[in-house]
Write a protein that binds this ligand. Structure first.
Ligand code: AMP
Length: 254
């Protein structure tokens, strides 16, 4: 079984986000970038399926600038066999919308014919949570989103999904699309020898034009603002004072 895993380059989750002074966008100057955490979970699941002998090949794919090859190398160090970089031009790298990514991934799915495609449930930069669902619609493949458990049984896939108020289990026919939730697994760290070996693994590059997909954005970003700074707290001397302040200053109780 071949598994295709989509990984996205995003700002590292430990970084405190800065907004550009003119509020035109998030400031990416000298900011540490990393693989989207949900994509790490996707790579881990694919590699575990390979280690269990269920999968025979794991292919990682990203859509992004040349620098996104770093995240592909990370996927290769974590156990993917080869990688595909769909190189978007510098001005559009952060602006490629989910639908364009899904259309590009659709082309890769048509070329590669994987039995399973694993994506993150969302990318932590734009929090869109839609690429997997769009890819399912475009390819006509069944989808198991927000997966916390994935079991392959012959040509069927059983996916336990995290939904409001509990867990839902669905059975899908392969080929299928899965998006990962936080509890699916705990991703491993790449070991130094694997990072070295990953440098020699195959990485192919394609462009959106070669795949016949238009990636120009149809959305105009009007403004980006930081959340309001939290005001410092105060200590009150008694419960009566607290109640008085909640009533008359904060006006949250009457
Ligand atoms: P989103 O719908 O943008 O929140 O992203 C959900 C998932 O889609 C991510 O975790 C990735 O698996 C995949 N994805 C989104 N954007 C890209 C991209 N530029 N390249 C590769 N995969 C992506």
């Amino acid at each position: 079984m071949k598994i295709l895993v989509a990984v996205k380059r995003v700002i590292d989750y430990n970084v405190k986000i800065r907004v550009k002074p003119d509020n035109s966008d998030v400031d990416l100057t000298n900011v540490k970038m990393a693989m989207n955490p949900f994509c790490e979970i996707a790579v881990e699941e694919a590699v575990r399926l390979k280690e269990r002998g269920v999968a025979s090949e794991v292919v990682a794919v990203t859509v992004g600038p040349k620098a996104a090859q770093e995240q592909l190398r990370t996927a290769l160090a974590l156990g993917a066999d080869r990688a595909i970089h769909i190189n978007t031009s510098a001005e559009t790298d952060e602006k490629v919308e989910s639908l364009a990514v899904a259309k590009l991934l659709q082309k890769v799915v048509e070329e590669e014919q994987p039995q399973l495609v694993i994506l993150g449930k969302q990318a932590i930069d734009t929090d869109n949570n839609q690429t997997g669902q769009m890819l399912a619609a475009l390819t006509g493949l069944p989808q198991g989103t927000f997966a916390s458990e994935v079991k392959v049984e012959g040509d069927k896939l059983q996916v336990t999904r995290e939904i409001d108020g509990g867990l839902q289990t669905v059975a899908l026919s392969l080929p299928a699309i899965v998006t990962t939730d936080l509890r699916l697994n705990e991703p491993r760290y790449a070991k130094l020898p694997d990072i070295m070996k990953a440098k020699k693994k195959p990485l192919a590059t394609q462009t959106p034009a070669e795949l016949g997909v238009e990636v120009a954005s149809k959305v105009t970003l009007l403004k980006v603002e930081s959340p309001a700074e939290r005001q410092g707290g105060i200590k009150v001397g008694s419960v009566d004072e607290l109640v008085e302040k909640l009533k008359n200053e904060a006006k949250v109780i009457s």
